[in-house]
Each structure stands twice: as structure tokens, then as C-alpha cells.
Design a protein around this ligand. Structure first.
Ligand code: ADP
Length: 268
């Protein structure tokens, strides 16, 4: 199978950061329909990797291929269209004065005809279960609702990939659940590829594959079961570890085998 996204030996250093690379020789394949979680400490390079994937950052070395085609300056805009991003702060992503206008914004920019646009806005809001809020002011919504609208704005553009860059980290537990459930539902209904950067084990546990980053490199990769069965290492991996019992329950619910030795209270 051809990877949807292929990173080959990507290195990137921010201007003025002389001593270290934000990304250091990273290679990675992402396949169509996968849900990949990126975890790791703050500063390990997760956001930089996400921005590299969607073309916001142009690496200093290495190549990126999307659907087997090498990304160049000429194709960068097409790539950005194929890969949508939802960011951390729900209050920083609104451009419209109503939910409906907000979701329509990207489509307007792409010159989608008005009738088609209205259908697509409605469909996208239905997918995130926000169609009852079309004429609400975004500012009046809860955090979880705001992020669902942000997700609608992205999926209305019919991307191949959605990147959630800590999209649940500013939300309360209810908001987190809403956003995760929304992504799960969209995944059930479509072949959307999801990349989620997260400190939330509840979110990462739904991924097909978890990548652990440290100091600009991918240091571990595996299924949630493989990565999370080393309970004592979870904090080292930069995850917010909820109560051990909650974590155990979360993994059990997803039918991830939990070893007997898993997460003793002392280990936490
Ligand atoms: P993460 O998303 O895992 O928290 P980042 O990708 O944001 O990590 O950061 C990786 C490294 O790059 C860190 O050392 C960080 O300090 C540095 N960095 C991130 N953004 C910038 C920037 N705009 N300018 C300079 N250095 C940056």
C-alpha cells in the first residue's frame, strides 16, 4: 500500500535555535485511514512535525511525499488543502460571526458555489452534531462545541487528513469526550486519516498507532496496548496520567490487554 504521507529523513531547525534541531532525521509513513497519536513531552517536536506534514514548515533537509508525489513549492498549496488542522485554543480559530458563517469561510475562500457551499456546511455540522447551532455566535458555545465547529470547518473542505494539535487540551472532561466521540464517529463513517497530538491517554488510546517523540526524534512506536502497557513509563513519555483505575478501565474498554502488573499505585 502506498503511504498517504511519507516523511524521509526530515530535519528542521528554527531560526535562532542554534544548538538543536526541532526535528532530527525523522522518517515516518502514514497510511490512508489510520489514526495516529503523537505523544511526548512539551518541546519534543510534535507540533513542528505536524506543521511539517501540512506544509506550514518547510524542512531544512529531507523529503515529503503525499500520495507518492514529492511535495515541492508548486504543490505546497494542494497539500495544505488536503490536510486540515485543528489547534489547541478553541477561541483562536473563529472567523465567522455565526457557526454557519464560520464553517462556510474556508469554502468561500475556495470559491465553492453558494448552493454547494450551504449543503456542505450543513453536512459538516451534522457530522459533528452541531446542526442545531447554525445561527449561534461561536463565542457563546462551550469549549467542546467550539472545537466541534472547528472540526466541521475542516471537514467541510473534504481533506484527506485532519491533524488535531492538542485540540482537546484546553477542554474540560465533557468537552474532551465530545471531541473524541466526534472524531470516532467521523472515522466510522469515512476513511479520514487522523493525526492527533495529545497528552490525553483517553484520546491516544483510540489511535491505531502511537508514536512517542523525544528531542526531535520518534523514539517509540506501537499500538496503544504496546505503548501503554509500560505503565511506569507513561509519565516519562509526557502523558497526563489519570487515576490508574481510570486508565485501566479506558484500556479495557478498548479491549487492550492490561497486564496484571499494570500500574500499581506505587508506580504512579
Ligand atoms: P511540542 O509540540 O512537542 O511541544 P514543538 O514542536 O513545539 O514541541 O517544539 C520543538 C522544539 O522547537 C522545542 O525545543 C521548541 O522550543 C522549539 N520551537 C518551537 N517553536 C519554535 C519557534 N517558533 N521558534 C523557535 N523555536 C521553536
Amino acid at each position: 500500500e502506498t503511504p498517504l504521507i511519507e516523511l524521509k529523513n526530515i530535519t528542521f531547525k528554527y531560526h535562532g535555535e542554534e544548538e538543536k534541531n526541532a526535528l532530527n532525521d525523522v522518517s515516518l509513513n502514514i497510511y490512508p485511514g489510520e489514526w495516529v497519536a503523537l505523544i511526548g513531552h512539551n518541546g519534543s517536536g510534535k507540533s513542528t512535525l505536524a506543521k511539517t506534514i501540512n506544509g506550514l514548515i518547510v524542512p531544512n533537509a529531507g523529503d515529503i511525499f503525499v500520495k507518492g508525489e514529492k511535495v515541492t513549492e508548486e504543490t505546497l498549496w494542494d497539500i495544505r488543502r488536503m490536510i486540515g488542522m485543528v489547534f489547541q485554543n478553541p477561541d483562536n480559530q473563529f472567523v465567522g460571526s455565526t457557526v454557519e458563517d464560520d464553517v462556510a469561510f474556508g469554502l468561500e475562500n475556495q470559491g465553492v458555489p453558494r448552493e454547494d457551499m450551504l449543503t456542505r456546511v450543513k453536512d459538516a455540522l451534522e457530522k459533528v452534531r452541531m446542526s442545531d447551532f447554525m445561527i449561534k455566535e461561536p463565542a457563546r458555545l462551550s469549549g467542546g462545541q467550539k472545537q466541534r465547529v472547528a472540526i466541521a470547518g475542516v471537514i467541510a473542505l473534504r481533506p484527506d487528513v485532519i491533524i488535531l494539535d492538542e485540540a482537546t487540551s484546553m477542554l474540560d472532561p465533557q468537552g474532551r469526550k465530545e471531541v473524541i466521540d466526534t472524531i470516532r464517529k467521523i472515522k466510522e463513517e469515512s476513511n479520514l486519516t487522523v493525526i492527533s497530538i495529545t497528552h490525553d491517554i483517553d484520546e491516544a488510546a483510540y489511535a491505531n498507532r502511537v508514536l512517542v517523540m523525544r528531542e526531535g526524534e520518534i523514539i517509540q512506536e506501537g499500538t496503544p496496548g504496546e505503548i501503554f502497557s509500560h505503565g511506569e513509563e507513561l509519565i516519562e513519555l509526557g502523558l497526563d496520567v489519570p487515576f490508574p483505575e481510570k486508565l485501566k478501565a479506558a484500556l479495557k474498554e478498548r479491549e487492550i490487554d492490561v497486564p496484571d502488573t499494570y500500574l500499581t499505585e506505587e508506580g504512579m
